[in-house]
Design a protein around this ligand. Structure first.
Ligand SMILES: [Zn+2]
Length: 484
C-alpha cells in the first residue's frame, strides 16, 4: 500500500539542506524591511508624481471646492471626517485612532487603506444643485461623497484588544458574502498624528514596520495552517482511498537524510488522514506530501492562487509556495508542513478558509459597501460577487469536517463545547529552528454547519497556535454570537 510509511515513495537524490534556518529568519526580516522601504518610497514618489501631474491640478481644484467626504462603519459610526483647525485649515480626524489605522488608512503623506481606495469618491461631490447653493451661500466647501464600509466597530475593537501588545494581524470576514468585518495590524500608528510622526515612522530601523498592513502585506511562514493545502492536494490525488491512509508517528521522521520533527517532539502514535490533520502531525504530513503526485500538488497550489495575484483591492503581497521539477524530497517535506521557503499573507489564508466555508467558492472580498452623496443619494452600491471556485464542493465538505475535528479532538480544543460549533486549523510556524521560536496561527469559521464568520489570526513570536491564536478567535466568535 502506497500510503503506508513502511514503503517510502521514490524521490530524487539526497540533498541535505546546507543553510540553517537562521537564513530564513534573515529572509523574513529582509522582506519586512524591503516592504517598509517600498511603502515609504511609494508614498514619496506618489506625492512627487501628484505634484507635477495635470491630474493633480484637477485634484487641487476638487480639494479647493470640496471638503473630503466621511468614512463610516457598517452601522454608521464615523471612522473619518473633516474639521477645521484654528486657522481654518482642513484637518482629518479619525475618532478610533490606532484601532482602524491600517484599514481606514490616512490621506496626507501619501494615501493608504480605504482613504486611498475610495479617494476618487471622497474628493468628488454628488450633492444636487439646490444643496450646492446652500453651501455657497454659507461660504463653505461642498461636502465630498460618503463611503460606507463593511467594517464592524465591535468586532474591530475586540480583535484589536485581543491582539493586545503583540505584533501580528487579524482578519474577520463573512465567507458567504466576502465582506471584511474587521482587519487589525500591529504594531500600529495614530492616523491623527501621521504628518507629525511621518519622518520617525519611515526612518524607524527596527523591524516594527508600523505602516505595513500585516494583514495584507505581511509575509509569514504558514506553518501547519498550510496542511489545509497539502491535505487538499492529497485528496485530489487519492479521492477514493484517502480514508485508508495510515502512519505511525514517533515524533521524528527521517527520509533521504532529512529529518522532520513534530511540535516539541511530540509522539502522535498511530494516525490516519483525519487525525494527522486534527493533531497537526508534522511527520505524517511530510509523508502525505511525499505520497502526493507532483501534478496534483502543483495544481492545488495553482487553484489556491499561490504565486499569483489575489482579488484584493488593498496593497498586498503575493504568497510564495514552490514545487518544481527540481524540488528535492526535503523541499517537498518542508512545503507539506508550510515551512522552508513557503510564505503566505494572512489575507490569502483567510480567502482559502472562506472558500472552504462556502462550499468551495471564493466570494470576492470587499470592504466598501456603498458610496452616497452627503445629502443621502446612492452613488454606487457594491454587492457580493463570486470570484471563482477554488475546490469542488465535496473537497470543501471534507476539509470542513476535518477542521471541525481540529476543534473536537485536536489542537483547537479551546473552541470545543461552546454554544456555537467552530472549525479551523492551528499553526505554530517556526521561523528559527535553533530556538524553536514560532508564530502562532489560527484560521477558521463558525458555525461549522452554516458558516457566517471566519477569522484568520497570526500572533508573531508567540508560541503555539492552540495556546495563543485560538483564544483570540474565541473572543471574536463570542462577540459575534453575543456570548457574554
Ligand atoms: Zn506526529
Amino acid at each position: 500500500m502506497e500510503n503506508e510509511n513502511t514503503e517510502k515513495p521514490k524521490k530524487n537524490k539526497i540533498k541535505i539542506r546546507s543553510y540553517p534556518i537562521i537564513v530564513l529568519t534573515l529572509f523574513y526580516s529582509v522582506l519586512f524591511a524591503a516592504l517598509l522601504f517600498y511603502v515609504a518610497r511609494y508614498s514619496y514618489t506618489h506625492r512627487a508624481v501628484l505634484l507635477d501631474n495635470s491630474y493633480n491640478t484637477r485634484t487641487q481644484i476638487l480639494l479647493n471646492q470640496n471638503s473630503r467626504g466621511e468614512i463610516f462603519s457598517r452601522d454608521g459610526d464615523v471612522l473619518a471626517y473633516n474639521t477645521k483647525d484654528l486657522d481654518g485649515n482642513d484637518v482629518r480626524v479619525y475618532p478610533y485612532g490606532k484601532e482602524f489605522a491600517h484599514t481606514v488608512g490616512y490621506s496626507t503623506n501619501g494615501k493608504a487603506g480605504i482613504e486611498s481606495m475610495a479617494n476618487y469618491y471622497l474628493i468628488n461631490t454628488s450633492i444636487d444643485l439646490k444643496e450646492k447653493v446652500k453651501y455657497e451661500t454659507a461660504g463653505e466647501k461642498y461636502p465630498g461623497d460618503s463611503v460606507y464600509t463593511t467594517l464592524d466597530v465591535t468586532l474591530q475593537e475586540v480583535a484589536y484588544n485581543a491582539l493586545a501588545s503583540r505584533k501580528g494581524a487579524i482578519i474577520v470576514s463573512n465567507p458567504k458574502t466576502g465582506e471584511i468585518l474587521a482587519m487589525v495590524s500591529k504594531p500600529d500608528f495614530d492616523p491623527n498624528l501621521i504628518s507629525k510622526e511621518w519622518s520617525s515612522l519611515i526612518s524607524d530601523k527596527s523591524d516594527d514596520a508600523k505602516l505595513l498592513n500585516r494583514a495584507t502585506q505581511g509575509m509569514y511562514p504558514p506553518g501547519s495552517t498550510f496542511k489545509i493545502v497539502t491535505a487538499l492536494a492529497y485528496l485530489k490525488a487519492h479521492p477514493s482511498d484517502y480514508d485508508k491512509y495510515r502512519f505511525t508517528c514517533s515524533g521524528k521522521y527521517t527520509y533521504e537524510g532529512n529529518t522532520i520533527t513534530c511540535f516539541h517532539g511530540e509522539n502522535h502514535g498511530n494516525v490516519d488522514f483525519i487525525s494527522s490533520f486534527a493533531k497537526s502531525c508534522n511527520t505524517s504530513f511530510a509523508n502525505i506530501g511525499l505520497s502526493t503526485d507532483a501534478k496534483y500538488f502543483k495544481k492545488t497550489l495553482d487553484d489556491l492562487m499561490f504565486n499569483q495575484s489575489l482579488p484584493v483591492d488593498m496593497v498586498y503581497s503575493k504568497s510564495g509556495a514552490t514545487y518544481t521539477e527540481d524540488s528535492t524530497s526535503d523541499d517537498i517535506m518542508q512545503l507539506s508542513i508550510g515551512q522552508g521557503t513557503t510564505s503566505m499573507s494572512p489575507i490569502h489564508l483567510n480567502l482559502i478558509t472562506n472558500a472552504i466555508a462556502n462550499d468551495g467558492v471564493l466570494m470576492k472580498p470587499y470592504i466598501i459597501s456603498n458610496i452616497s452623496s452627503a445629502d443621502g443619494k446612492t452613488v454606487k452600491n457594491y454587492s457580493p460577487e463570486s470570484y471563482k471556485r477554488l475546490m469542488s464542493d465535496k473537497e470543501a465538505e471534507i476539509l470542513s469536517s476535518m477542521m471541525e475535528k481540529v476543534v473536537e479532538n485536536g489542537t483547537a480544543s479551546r473552541l470545543k463545547g461552546l454554544s456555537y460549533t467552530a472549525a479551523g486549523k492551528t499553526g505554530s510556524a517556526e521561523y528559527n529552528s535553533q530556538t524553536s521560536d514560532s508564530h502562532a496561527w489560527f484560521t477558521g469559521f463558525a458555525p461549522a454547519e452554516d458558516p457566517k464568520i471566519s477569522v484568520t489570526i497570526i500572533v508573531e513570536d508567540a508560541g503555539s497556535g492552540g495556546s495563543y491564536a485560538v483564544p483570540i478567535a474565541k473572543r471574536i466568535f463570542d462577540a459575534y454570537f453575543g456570548v457574554e
